[in-house]
Design a binder for this molecule. Structure first.
Ligand SMILES: Cc1cc2nc3c(=O)[nH]c(=O)nc-3n(C[C@H](O)[C@H](O)[C@H](O)COP(=O)(O)OP(=O)(O)OC[C@H]3O[C@@H](n4cnc5c(N)ncnc54)[C@H](O)[C@@H]3O)c2cc1C
Length: 703
């Protein structure tokens, strides 16, 4: 039995989340943390959340972000920022720190970046530099306002929501003098638009209702443009009150140069370079990751307040005498209180490992995506269909790369690996397939399942849990989860996305490698839960292949995009698998790199023992969910014949006799058996919570 001495600190996180060598990121973490635990915590404790309006008090948040460098985090150094290259991981770390105290504040810090994201991803170089530079705080000697933006896609009912196809925002040509820039009239109404109280510009999705403009696009609107810039009514939201949300009405005349990404004039028609779907696809590919992370951060943040409450529950007065178990351990004398907290912690760790893994991939993917676009442009391969054709032909090389990528360094052909690593298109195909699963996976699983788990945190603090002044703001954190599960596309959107990406050959090949990797982990790192992850992945893959050809008793195909009862369930099952896999990878990193850390070397076995148990617990939970979902789908569309007159009661002869399911039954039994040890892991981890040292008081106020 090990002892967990203290709650894991930065030294542990930096190794697991792979930023021990990045001092720039460590600085950003410190900045975000100090704001979270001072300005943000004070606002929550003082009840600033109890109004829908954006108040002066809430505005302190923006000032704090500006002064600490967080506002400039998204920009490149030449635009006034300080981190060169992609910043998905940096933004994820900041979202984690702010959401530790309040996710609305985290949203506020990210919302201007969301407005800039269409410009950042698809804008012209001029648009990018102009707007990004306007949004950084003034440099010494400069005197100017800091611009903030809002991203306006969602529209009043019955228009854009989950379905982004039918836009009510319209664009027409206002004036077009020969040889001059056309002027456009943009009419856009928004619903639930974040940052709208103070946005200086809005990036809005609109559709042409004029023969002289083609299709849909995104356009930049400024608050000083000619026309109506009405910020609209505040959204009466009951969560995330430290972010601003309103329903704006915008009707403005703007030059066509504001079309994001630019345009061509073809036969007298303005043809935007990118339609709105292409832009929002590129934006959400990245921005959904920190949202998922917010929920997971809150789960881990709940651990310390819950332990403190449990330990102190009976102290004071004459409820028990000093030195008695009731006095010393409080509610921690009960196994259930300990083990539910362990479950919650494991869930938070898995979500964080997954989200940070996804954001690191997004950083690697950014330059590859740009290089791929440059490559195709140079080759004149401009249509998406033709590009897909070229990429498809590279399948064998992509598979070869994936096999090498997941082979231990000492065993792989380094020369060939390096060769394929420097092949832009091979890298693009690999990363695109993986990001296409991880990004919606983070948003779907972390927020949806995270909301369920956050309820457990509230429950663990009893009546106090549902009060405004519960330590750690647990009630507010729980309700906030529902918004994280909703904005930037609710769960249905993520499931739909996964339905399309999780079946790709490339992702399936990646998963085959994950299975092998987890089997090896099962052998080499006992107690991690590698085998149970591997067997659940095998079951999921088998089920997917089976469903693709199987039919229900009415002869209808099971795996079909109209049949969300099947496809969405498989997406949910996959969501469960991703977290434990990434947590297992992070724990193995801690086992490998921990001994090199001067602060961790002593007591490392205890620490990694605890983390292995957390991973095992989460792996078994995930495998159970996967097995349940797969079993329901495999058996659930055929009628039970146990009640036929000739059948033996409960004899299951029809089901048991199905030859096509022999492998399924074997794999399912393997999942069951690979649960071995997982409950012992929970016993140990629960016990560790009785001993862990926590600070005397929470480091942020409690009201
Ligand atoms: C506080 C807040 C801030 C926001 N900030 C912004 C912002 O800054 N910019 C912006 O553009 N938007 C913003 N949004 C809007 C947000 O992104 C949308 O609310 C969200 O995408 C869902 O759209 P909807 O509310 O119209 O849901 P609906 O489209 O009405 O969907 C409701 C539910 O119906 C089900 N459903 C719908 N369609 C399907 C389907 N095809 N398949 C299966 N199930 C389905 C799902 O359960 C879904 O959750 C914000 C929202 C809130 C609440």
């Amino acid at each position: 039995m090990y002892t967990l001495r203290t709650l894991p600190g930065d030294d542990v996180r930096q190794i697991m989340w792979r930023f021990a060598e990045r001092f720039d990121l460590q600085m950003s973490v410190q900045s975000a943390r100090s704001i979270a635990r001072s300005t943000v915590a004070k606002l929550v404790a003082e009840g600033a959340r109890n109004t829908h309006e954006w108040t002066d008090q809430k505005n302190d948040l923006l000032t704090a972000f500006d002064q600490s460098g967080l506002t400039a985090l998204f920009m490149d150094p030449h635009q006034g920022g300080f981190i060169e290259g992609p910043k998905n991981f940096a933004l994820a770390l900041v979202a984690f720190e702010l959401a530790w105290v309040d996710a609305g504040a985290a949203t506020s810090s990210l919302a201007s970046n969301l407005a800039l994201a269409p410009i950042h991803e698809k804008g012209t170089p001029e648009q990018r530099d102009y707007y990004m530079s306007k949004c950084v705080p003034p440099q010494p000697g400069e005197d100017r306002e800091i611009w903030r933006g809002a991203f306006a896609l969602t529209e009043p009912l019955p228009y854009v929501g989950v379905d982004t196809g039918v836009l009510c925002g319209k664009a027409s040509v206002a004036d077009w003098t020969d040889g001059e820039e056309p002027m456009l009239q943009i009419d856009k109404r928004g619903r639930f638009i974040t940052n709208m109280d103070f946005a200086n510009f809005v990036t809005a999705a609109v559709e042409s209702n004029d023969d002289r403009i083609k299709g849909t696009f995104m356009v930049i609107l400024e608050d000083t443009d000619e026309g109506i810039f009405d910020r609209g009514a505040p959204t009466l939201k009951m969560v995330h009150q430290l972010s601003s949300t309103r329903d704006p009405v915008l009707n403005l005349k703007v030059p066509a140069s504001r079309i994001i990404g630019g345009y061509d004039v073809v036969d007298g028609v303005i043809v935007p370079k990118y339609n709105h779907s292409e832009i929002i696809g590129a934006v959400f590919h990245r921005t959904r990751i920190p949202v998922g992370l917010m929920t997971s951060a809150k789960l881990i943040s709940a651990v310390e307040p819950v332990i403190r409450y449990h330990r102190n529950r009976f102290r004071g007065g004459d409820a028990c005498s000093e030195g008695s178990p009731r006095f010393d351990k409080g509610l921690q004398i009960n196994e259930d209180a300990l083990q539910r907290l362990v479950d919650l912690w494991a869930s938070g760790e898995a979500g964080c490992s997954l989200a940070f893994g996804a954001s690191r991939l997004a950083d690697r993917f950014d330059p590859i995506e740009k290089a791929k676009e440059a490559h195709f442009e140079a080759e004149g391969v401009t249509s998406v269909r033709k590009q897909m054709g070229v990429l498809r032909k590279l399948k064998e090389q992509v598979f070869e790369f994936i096999d090498l990528e997941y082979t231990p360094e000492a065993e792989r052909d380094q020369v060939r690996y390096a060769e394929l690593q420097s092949d832009t298109l091979v890298q693009y195909a690999y990363m695109e397939a993986l990001a296409g699963v991880l990004n919606p996976g983070v948003k779907l699983w972390n927020t949806g399942e995270g909301a369920n788990k956050m309820r457990e945190a509230v429950a663990l603090v009893g009546g106090y849990g549902i009060t405004e002044d519960c330590p750690g703001f647990l009630m507010q954190k729980w309700t906030d989860c529902q918004l994280e599960a909703t904005y930037e596309g609710p769960e249905a959107v993520q499931r739909r996305h996964l339905t399309m990406t999780m079946t790709s050959d490339v992702f399936q090949h990646i998963m085959e490698n994950w299975v092998k990797q987890m089997q090896t982990a099962g052998q080499q790192v006992p107690g991690l839960g590698g085998y149970v992850i591997a067997s659940a992945m095998e079951l999921w893959q088998w089920t997917l292949n089976h469903l693709k050809t199987a039919k229900d008793d009415d002869g209808r195909k099971l795996y079909h995009n109209k049949r969300q009862g099947v496809t969405f369930a498989m997406a949910d099952a996959l969501g469960w698998l991703l977290g434990p896999y990434y947590l297992a990878m992070d724990v193995m990193e801690l086992i490998e790199k921990g001994p090199m850390s001067p602060t961790l070397a002593e007591g490392l076995d205890d620490l990694t023992g605890f983390y292995k148990d957390l991973c095992h617990i989460q792996a078994a939970r995930a495998a159970g969910e996967v097995a349940r979902i797969c079993t329901e789908l495999v058996y659930g569309f055929n009628t039970c014949s146990c009640n036929q007159p000739a059948a033996e009661p409960g004899g299951q002869s029809t089901c048991a006799g199905r030859e096509d399911l022999v492998d399924f039954r074997a794999l399912k039994a393997k999942v069951d058996m690979c649960m071995a040890g997982s409950r012992m892991a929970k016993d140990r981890a629960g016990h560790a919570l009785t001993e862990v040292m926590i600070p005397e008081a929470l480091d942020y106020p409690i009201g």
